[in-house]
Design a protein around this ligand. Structure first.
Ligand code: GDP
Length: 595
């Protein structure tokens, strides 16, 4: 059976390419607003962090109706580290709209999501947006997208994907690159005609797969997903099962059921297969759960959520230097905020520790945890975090460590450098493809540990053109210390008056001297040593000079104004006896205070 009146689509867009404006316009032109009524709530608006990092972190839902067809729109996270999340979202839809800025062209971050969509054989509507820009490169960007399809080995029919040329700002779209069009009808038509309606067995017992969890303080956990078969009537009994948890068999009553309708969720009495729905009132509903009719309780297929591999301790800021800048600084506030995160983030784990007001938070990789840290910082929290550590396991008296299968796509000219850097981090190159369209694909089997701090380095090394994506690849015996950088002993001054430094190389225990090209970042110096190694040194207050062993060097330092060190860089630079103090204003590395 086919659900003619529904289309489920995902939007793939690089941040700032105009997704929010486009969805607002779809809403407006579908009659979701009465005339002259402004769009007051931009539901798909990205948060500041998403904008800065150029990636979508959260996924959101909405819907529009055009010519009696309801189009459910889901947003896709745009980053490889959220690989599992991307797959879950794409499994709800029957096609995607790829939004590309007519000047900027396709971006590496959207390529990964598009690849996932193509692997799932989803049809694509390409929307070249911002065609009104005076610097628009409409023809070139069209060719770039076609090349991207070839590069991603898309099935040939994708070369016939509809291209729509739009100005979301002006509310116009056209099938032709040469005329602007008068409204958004061509985009609506392309979606409705090119993306198939969802199918499912209408008469089978109902089944719904939970793909996202939302949360709000009033109703608690909200389970969102697509109904695969049948019709769910409110008031019915249901059983919740999960293919990865054979013991789960919770009996629940469906008390409140919602579907998405333009800007809001509307309560309905029933919803049928093909529809994306939301359920409230089921306290411990989880991603991957199947909500079933009592007549058939076999769970739906669902790819397992990866195990957390990295932990960071979150600790109350008890530093005497505590800036008192945060609005939320107490242990209670820290705890509540962390546990609240568990409601919506399935990949996260939180454990209490032996110390008061310290929580061990574990997640999928450093990016995952650093996004939590940054979000909390922006919300006004002040706290400290410890050095990221991988989660080891003990088995038969052996220590095991998590490994990753790391897939890297880089412009071919950078592959040598990447192989060298990952070799030093004990990455084993297991596959290297021939360069296609200037890009090489490399696969490494590598300890999770080695990836801590690597992302920033990788982006610098590849000038932002590389994509990396790691998936958990089992446990292996621990192979000993990996030193990836040179540690600094102290030195340089916040007033910018330092002259020389002694630092040592942790591997060789030898002295090195900082040379030219050194920058002072928030609380530290980062630069190249005279042996051309990457080094970092904590910045001290002038008065601490007497305690330092000043090493003789003639190099005079040029200290540029403080720059913000990226959080990932800072996390890598913390040593075991240090903590990173995170405040809404900045973050800096401190020595641990010992009682
Ligand atoms: P998102 O991050 O993808 O959701 O992007 P937004 O919708 O927030 O748009 C990013 C910026 O691009 C905003 O300043 C928009 O006003 C602008 N923008 C969006 N669509 C268009 C368009 O069609 N033409 C022009 N010139 N600017 C646009």
């Amino acid at each position: 059976n086919e659900q003619h009146g529904i289309r489920n689509v995902a939007i793939i867009a690089h941040v700032d390419h105009g997704k929010t404006t486009l969805v607002d316009e779809l809403l407006k032109q579908s009659g979701a607003f009465r005339e002259n009524q402004a769009v007051t709530e931009r539901i798909m608006d990205s948060n500041d962090l998403e904008r800065e990092r150029g990636i979508t972190i959260l996924s959101k839902n909405t819907s529009v109706t055009y010519n009696n067809v309801k189009i459910n729109i889901v947003d896709t996270p745009g980053h490889a580290d959220f690989g599992g999340e991307v797959e879950r979202v794409l499994k709800m839809v029957n096609g995607v709209v790829l939004v590309v800025d007519a000047f900027e062209g396709s971006m590496p971050q959207t390529k990964f999501v598009l690849k996932n969509a193509l692997d799932l054989k989803l049809p694509v509507v390409v929307c070249i947006n911002k065609t009104d820009r005076p610097d628009a490169r409409v023809q070139e960007v069209t060719e770039e997208v076609l090349e991207l399809f070839l590069e991603l080995e898309a099935p040939l029919e994708h070369l016939d994907s509809p291209f729509i040329y739009a100005s979301a700002k002006a509310g116009t779209a056209s099938e032709s690159p040469d005329n602007g069009g008068v409204n958004f009808a061509p985009l609506f038509e392309a979606i409705i005609n090119h993306i198939p309606a969802p199918t499912g067995d209408a008469s089978a017992p109902f089944k719904m797969l939970i793909s996202t969890i939302d949360y709000n303080d009033y109703v608690g956990r909200i389970g969102i997903g697509k109904i695969e078969t049948g019709t769910i009537p409110v008031g019915t009994d249901a059983i919740i099962v999960n293919m990865h948890d054979p013991d789960k068999k919770d009996k629940v009553k469906i008390s409140k059921l919602y579907v998405f309708n333009s800007l809001s969720r509307v309560e309905v009495k029933e919803a049928s297969f093909g529809e994306i729905a939301a359920l409230t009132g089921i306290d411990d509903i989880k991603i991957g759960d199947t909500v079933c009719d009592i007549l058939d309780v076999t769970p739906l297929q669902f790819s397992k959520i990866s195990e957390p591999t990295i932990s960071i301790n979150f600790i109350v800021n008890d530093s005497p230097f505590a800036g008192k800048e945060g609005r939320f600084v107490t242990g209670r506030q820290l705890r509540d905020r962390l546990f609240k995160e568990l409601n919506t983030d399935v990949g996260l784990q939180i454990e209490e520790t032996a110390e008061a007001d310290a929580y061990k938070v574990s997640g999928r990789g450093e990016l995952h945890l650093s996004i939590l840290i940054e979000n909390m910082r922006r919300e006004g929290y002040e706290f400290q975090v410890s050095k990221p550590e991988v989660r080891f396991k003990e088995s038969d008296g052996k220590t095991l460590e998590p490994m990753e299968m790391l897939t890297i796509d880089v412009p071919a000219e950078f592959s040598g450098l990447v192989i060298e850097k990952l070799g030093a981090r004990r990455g084993e190159l297991v596959m290297m493809s021939e360069a296609r369209f200037g890009y090489s694909r490399l696969k490494f089997h590598i300890p999770s540990r080695s990836l801590i701090g690597y992302r920033t380095e990788f982006l610098t090394d590849t000038r932002g053109n590389g994509i990396m994506n790691a998936i958990f690849d089992g446990y292996e015996p621990y192979k000993g210390v990996i030193t990836t950088r040179t540690f600094g002993s102290l030195v340089a001054f916040e007033d910018g008056t330092a002259t020389s430094y002694g630092i040592y190389n942790a591997q060789e225990r030898g002295s090195l001297f900082l040379s030219a090209g050194v920058n002072v970042y928030a609380g530290m110096v980062v630069g190249k040593s005279s042996r051309n190694e990457d080094v970092s040194v904590n910045v001290c207050k002038r008065k601490q000079l007497t305690n330092m062993r000043a090493a003789g060097s003639d190099d005079s330092l040029k200290i540029s104004p403080p720059l913000q060190l990226s959080l990932e860089q800072a996390l890598e630079f913390i040593s075991n006896d240090e903590l990173l103090e995170v405040t809404p204003k900045d973050f800096r590395i401190r020595k641990k205070i010992l009682d």
